[in-house]
Design a protein around this ligand. Structure first.
Ligand SMILES: [Zn+2]
Length: 278
């Protein structure tokens, strides 16, 4: 006997409700540490990554090969959720947004929020991708990328990919722009608000001012952080995050205090590999 369309709908609703209730149960009632419960609960709630994105994630985010199975699944499902939440818009001669673009942009966002698994840059709903550097009528300059207060992230795809070409040089436009977005997300009054510890941010900024002075005084070759980091505290924060992800060992050896403060702000440390601690 074939079920009628009405019955199929009811069965579907019951199954969906049961899955939702089970995931809530796992998250809040299962015995065991909250660390494990949260991870399983989130995974069940966010769902599985579309396999089309998987190869790009594993190619460009080496951290995935160092995580436990559960942590990898969480990273993947967070990437899927980020992709689902955003509208990707192409400009210029980009004919279509490819899975690679979505995977790498979402992956950059999830990489820097490993310590904040509930943060999805919710203020930023639109991601605009230009093929190359683009002209801004506002600043009258060409840009590689920007994060705009109205909730738009703009990226040059060419510059974005250049950031991933050398994964160990501490230069990565994706992490840079996501760092700006994360800092703005922290001050925009929404459901993702003030997740940074402000006293740690203050300590970080005091140390950052000293570093920016060193950058200004040194030649390009002798400073750990590149010249652009001395522009202002926001740019320093973004450049520091690029280095925190791409060359953590060198960063820590160079200035352990600054490194540890940044790892407290971001709530994870790639050298300790203890993400998702909340
Ligand atoms: Zn910047």
């Amino acid at each position: 006997m074939n079920p009628s369309p009405d019955n199929t709908l009811i069965v579907f609703i019951i199954i969906a409700f049961a899955l939702y209730s089970f995931s809530r149960y796992v998250k809040y009632n299962l015995p065991g540490s909250s660390f494990i419960k949260n991870k399983i609960g989130r995974y069940l709630m966010y769902g599985k990554l579309n396999p089309i994105y998987q190869p790009y994630l594993y190619q460009y985010f080496p951290v995935l090969n160092k995580l436990s199975e559960t942590e990898r699944l969480l990273f993947e499902s967070r990437v899927q959720k980020f992709i689902n939440m955003k509208t990707f818009v192409s400009r210029g001669n980009i004919k279509q947004i490819t899975p690679e673009m979505k995977a790498l942009i979402a992956g950059s966002a999830i990489q820097i929020t490993m310590g904040y698994p509930d943060v999805y840059f919710s203020h930023f709903r639109t991601i605009i991708i230009y093929p190359d550097v683009y002209y801004s009528r506002l600043t009258k300059h060409y840009h590689n990328g920007e994060v705009n207060q109205l909730g738009v992230i703009v990226l040059s795809w060419k510059s974005f990919m250049e950031g991933f070409r050398d994964p160990r040089d501490g230069v990565n436009l994706g992490y840079h722009e996501m760092a700006h977005a994360l800092k703005l997300e922290n001050i925009v009054d929404n459901d993702e608000y003030e997740f940074f510890d402000s006293s740690i941010v203050n300590q970080f900024e005091k140390e950052a001012i000293k570093e920016m002075q060193k950058v200004k005084e040194s030649t390009e070759e002798t400073s750990f952080f590149r010249k652009y980091s001395a522009t202002n505290l926001n740019e320093f924060f973004a450049v520091a995050i690029e280095n925190f992800i791409e060359r953590p060992t060198e960063f820590k050896a160079y200035n352990i205090n600054l490194y540890l403060l940044l790892s407290k702000i971001l709530n994870f440390d790639l050298l300790e590999l203890s993400p998702y601690t909340v």
